[in-house]
Design a binder for this molecule. Structure first.
Ligand code: ZN
Length: 132
């Protein structure tokens, strides 16, 4: 039970936008591997796989660098399954904006909001110039 909660909390602290792009990026390695294995099919499979991985690495280094360093992907939300909304007091799934390019609450005491209050707060932050 405790491990399940910890795993759930760990998943919720991941930047889901970065994680999704990273998983999509991994799918791109499959066609490269397949094409190179066909192209170098007359050689050993080990050699063809090494060549495919070198080719993939040449591209994916830059894609991974973008995924993990681009300011466009820096909006980081924390989501908890059940919280008391700090604005309306409803028990619901809670959302908290942790960090964007010009907003950083990584060291603040976490305040979670229900979906409705989170949308209102997000609009307020946008009006204040926060890039979210
Ligand atoms: Zn609320």
């Amino acid at each position: 039970m405790t491990q399940k909660v910890l795993f759930s909390e760990m998943i919720m602290k991941i930047n889901l936008k970065q994680y999704g792009l990273y998983l999509l990026r991994w799918q791109l390695s499959t066609p490269i591997l397949a094409i190179v294995l066909i192209w170098l099919g007359s050689t050993s499979k080990l050699f063809a796989t090494v060549v495919a991985n070198v080719i993939g690495g040449l591209f994916f280094f830059w894609i991974d660098r973008f995924i993990f360093t681009s300011p466009a992907l820096q909006a980081h939300w924390e989501i908890q399954d059940t919280v008391l909304c700090c604005d309306c007091g409803v028990s619901a799934r809670g959302y908290r904006l942790v960090k964007t390019k010009n907003y950083d609450k990584t060291r603040a005491i976490p305040k979670f909001r229900c979906e409705v209050c989170s949308e209102k707060k997000t609009q307020q932050l946008r009006q204040m110039g926060v890039l979210v």
